[in-house]
Design a protein around this ligand. Sequence first.
Ligand code: TPP
Ligand code: MG
Length: 339
Amino acid sequence: MPPTSSRESRGAGLPARDPARTGPPDPETCYRLLLLIRTVEEEIARVYPSDVIKSPVHLSIGQEAVAVAVCMALRLEDVVFGTYRGHAAYLAKGGDLDRMIAELYGKNTGCAGGKGGSMHLVDVEHGVMGTSAVVATTIPEALGMAMAFQYRREPRVVVSFFGDGATEEGVFFETLNVAALRKAPLIFLCENNSYAIHTHLHQRQAQSDICRKAEAMGVPAFRFESDDVETVYARIAGAAARLRADPFAGPCFFEAPTCRWREHVGPGEDFHLGYRTADDVRRCQANDALKKAAGRLTEIRRAVIEREVLGAVARAFERAAAAPFPEAGTLLDDVYKEV
Ligand SMILES: Cc1ncc(C[n+]2csc(CCOP(=O)(O)OP(=O)(O)O)c2C)c(N)n1
Ligand SMILES: [Mg+2]
């Protein structure tokens, strides 16, 4: 059954968001989420060299806008599946901040008990069904959940986030095919940052129009021109409303252009590798969604939100540092889900 709470908790003392809200994106919520994700990831990057974080980290600095726009159009009872670059989707969907940072620290208060790390985030209560280190693996899982909602006639939407690289996996095509056949209430969301590790899309795909691949499998597809929050939000809110109204309305596919500012994995930059230049990234930075969102608020409101977010992030890192590691005897716990 869907969660029953009427207010969505944001964890770590951040104010609740009304999950039933479907109007235009609220500029304060938008700024708060973008700032939260950016601040968390910059703090991860800052502390990473000290080795307190026990897992690889794939930062989404620069990519936050898509996850924020999509998740703002979702309700608490809707769910998302993501990738190892999943901090943004987890936080934007309302995943608990303290439990995420504790997970990165490998602590037993972490959202996966400290055993999953950055690539395996989960917060079922807030509709974050899981992220995975293995490219494309959560795409069929998302379809399974969408088919369950459809079978039970629950007006709930599933979003499957994945990168452009995931569209090269066989399971991507298989999942789109079955989703189209079954008319599943599923939104496929490709965050196209042009790269799989260090290789550009055009060096990997002879036919690199990703929307055409989706359409070839029978899934209507739409490519956003940019990661503008308002535009993405409006389209996704419309798609989600359609799927809630009719769980047999069928899947849809969106491709959103985005830009990863940091290296593929780790806290730094990687321009020395030569696959792209600092100028390429500077061009993306000129369109920073966080700066644009800040510009929509008064200085006073901005200052209030900044204090709130910075305080919550600092507390989350302090709590993670102070929490205990899991007991050795719990190593094999939670390997299988008892049903
Ligand atoms: C099945 C599988 N193959 C290869 C890898 C190695 N790998 C890790 S990330 C990655 C690139 C994926 O790129 P994309 O889907 O565009 O996501 P991005 O990292 O750009 O967010 C690859 C090939 C993997 N983790 N899983
Ligand atoms: Mg990519």
